[in-house]
Design a protein around this ligand. Sequence first.
Ligand SMILES: Cc1cc2nc3c(=O)[nH]c(=O)nc-3n(C[C@H](O)[C@H](O)[C@H](O)COP(=O)(O)OP(=O)(O)OC[C@H]3O[C@@H](n4cnc5c(N)ncnc54)[C@H](O)[C@@H]3O)c2cc1C
Length: 396
Amino acid sequence: MKLEDSDILVSGGGIAGLIAAAAFGSAGHSVTCVDPAPPVTEEAAQGSDLRSTAFLHPSIAVLSAAGVWERLAPHATALQVMRIIDAGGKLSQARLTRDFDAAEISDQPFGWNLPNWLLKREISARLAQLQNVRFLPGTGTAGLLARDSEALATLTDGTRIRARLVIGADGRNSPVRQALGIGTRTLRYGQKALAFAVTHERLHENVSTEIHRSGGPFTLVPLPDRDGKPSSAVVWMERGTETARLSALPREAFETELNIRSAGVLGHLTQVTRLTEWPIISQIADRFTGPRTALIAEAAHVVPPIGAQGLNMSLADLNALIDLSAGDPGSAASLATYERRRRPEAMARLLGIDALNRASMISARPLRDLRAAALGGLYAIAPVRRVMMRAGLGVS
Ligand SMILES: Cc1cc2nc3c(=O)[nH]c(=O)nc-3n(C[C@H](O)[C@H](O)[C@H](O)COP(=O)(O)OP(=O)(O)OC[C@H]3O[C@@H](n4cnc5c(N)ncnc54)[C@H](O)[C@@H]3O)c2cc1C
């Protein structure tokens, strides 16, 4: 059996794992990144990820240091305003609208939106430029023996990798987390999200819109024009029975429901990609570290897609790890600091997003009225609004 050395082994080549490999590679470490499933890098290909990711401000520095932002910037759509609408009144009626305009606190937009399939294409291309990074799609992590001195991983092709730091970026059912015997706390909502792209009649004007009614938020996030028409990514959260009903509808009937749910905010919406379905949970690992091992992204924490937090939290994990890896990456002291810095922060965000999601799911009329009143009151107070915007931007 082959035994190979690598400073860093990244288990998982989802977006978080690919960025981790590019970041550690750009910082000069030798990196091996493995994933049993090769990335799908074309929108129309089977299994492509039709979600988009809104990268908030602090994430851009991480992407730049990883040498990927310059590749992504030409494809990114700026997000200037976050609009929250409560449509909990009569069907398809927006009864309360509040705007967070990034101009109130900064000369920069809130963030930039990019399709996930394109992220995979561009980050994989960056990995191919880095001679100290080996990306092995089609090969997974099969076993892990982690000690304070080193971690020894066995890959599915039988190769063994000796690493100073293993990064578990292998998703919500993380095999690395399981190999370490780390449990999780999971909150289930019985919800799913439908993710797809639409074109629309009105310009989005770089406004990201979150519409609350019941069942969960319906979010429109700006994309570049498509076939000469304005376009947005949709994330539509509902209870699982309702997403099953919606996704089984013929296209025309689905589009009718879609236009009722969007409350007409961008004019008529036309579905332009297939629907993809994502189960929604909140989950946090009991620990984010083991000997010579750190969990990042969904291996460590999963949150519902509200406020574009998930991958941005993952890049904050990565930023902390890179910061702590100047000397011996994976030393017990640096991992203890990582645990202290990241787990409480992730837990606080998870609890906040959990509360927002539960408020958005409410269908009982009096509680919906309460939600609208709370939203209206909160967002009307300028200092509160600015504090919330800064929290989103990561500006202190
Ligand atoms: C509908 C929706 C919309 C979202 N929108 C946003 C947004 O706008 N902004 C934001 O910040 N976040 C967003 N998120 C969250 C974000 O998409 C996730 O945080 C992110 O995709 C998770 O990435 P990951 O790399 O941790 O996990 P995954 O994408 O699940 O990647 C895990 C990888 O590990 C691999 N793997 C499995 N087993 C093994 C093994 N044995 N060895 C090696 N690899 C293995 C898998 O093949 C997979 O490729 C959204 C989420 C949803 C559901």
